[in-house]
Design a protein around this ligand. Sequence first.
Ligand SMILES: Cc1cc2nc3c(=O)[nH]c(=O)nc-3n(C[C@H](O)[C@H](O)[C@H](O)COP(=O)(O)OP(=O)(O)OC[C@H]3O[C@@H](n4cnc5c(N)ncnc54)[C@H](O)[C@@H]3O)c2cc1C
Length: 332
Amino acid sequence: MGMGVAGSYLMARLRDTEHDAVGYERSTSERHDSICAWGTIRPVLEEFCRKTGRNFGDFLIHDGRRMDVRMSGGVEFGIGLHGLCTYNKLGLIKDFIKDCDVRYGQAPKLERLNQDYDMIVDCTGFHRSYLPRLKRDFFLPTYEYRVEYEDGVPYDDFYIEPFPGMSGYFWYFPLGSNTAHIGAGDYNKNHVKATDAFLKKHGGRVLATKGRPIRLATPGHCKPYHSGKVVGVGESIGTVYALLGEGIIPSMQCVEIFLENMDDFGAYERAVGKHFAVYDKVFGFVRKKIHRNFSMVRSIPDVIAIYRYMKRNEARFGMDIKMADLMKVAKA
Ligand SMILES: Cc1cc2nc3c(=O)[nH]c(=O)nc-3n(C[C@H](O)[C@H](O)[C@H](O)COP(=O)(O)OP(=O)(O)OC[C@H]3O[C@@H](n4cnc5c(N)ncnc54)[C@H](O)[C@@H]3O)c2cc1C
């Protein structure tokens, strides 16, 4: 259920197996979209694509070299990039499902699905339509434009502005020579204002306006992952790295964990818990900052743990990870 990044990748991975999978997408084929800035890490996506016989290079749009960061106090710094890129996310989703049985414009009721299928995989992202409602969700509103520049782009690489208190950030993600995604997510709801201010300052023609909430509550806060025949995969169970608002790779990793454990929901829950345990720590850190419950002294062990995790996985995050940069963000 849901042909986003998780559902489409799952369909591609299940093709040519003994499973008989049917995909449902509530949007029509023409309106099917992926509301996202389309940023990811090239080598990680190359590996996922290889597993489905695709070449990620066919979908790559912009391979980043540097991300400029402008903090609210005016402090600016650059982060060296080694894999952070933008890609045609919708194009890859559509390619993953092009040879599969996908029924567009349909979101059947659970009762009907229960009658017709052995297992129902909820990949509906933020909606979590087929799983029990969460007791305490946590999400940010977002807003985004796809913009075309006729007289030169304002930035030729990645650019972000974190909001005070880490309540979210504004992003400029390049999409080729004259197009970009500009947008923001902000707990304090300045996301539309910040995006419009950037548009006003730098001009550009708006090609599309998008927005949807992004779930920051991580898997440890999104239980249950399964209920009856239904099991959640992807953002429906909170696979977003809260510090970056990054959900593409975690959702695809979640598909891999699901494939390894699909015969045993209990084992799936344990494997998800183990893999995403560090995400819970990161979410705790971000939430404390947003709710102004943050004490640098008390949070030092968390900051160090997050730094160590990201440093160990520098290639996975596709950028230079420096303690000094993390501290600048933590102190904001
Ligand atoms: C504005 C914005 C920018 C982002 N930028 C980035 C980024 O640059 N990089 C990154 O890594 N992450 C980014 N994210 C997060 C990332 O997009 C998501 O975490 C990721 O796409 C989640 O994948 P998913 O497949 O679980 O859900 P989704 O991609 O949300 O897909 C869910 C699908 O289910 C469909 N659906 C919903 N309800 C039903 C139903 N009842 N029946 C059938 N279909 C249904 C929807 O139409 C959709 O196609 C961003 C998120 C937002 C909101």
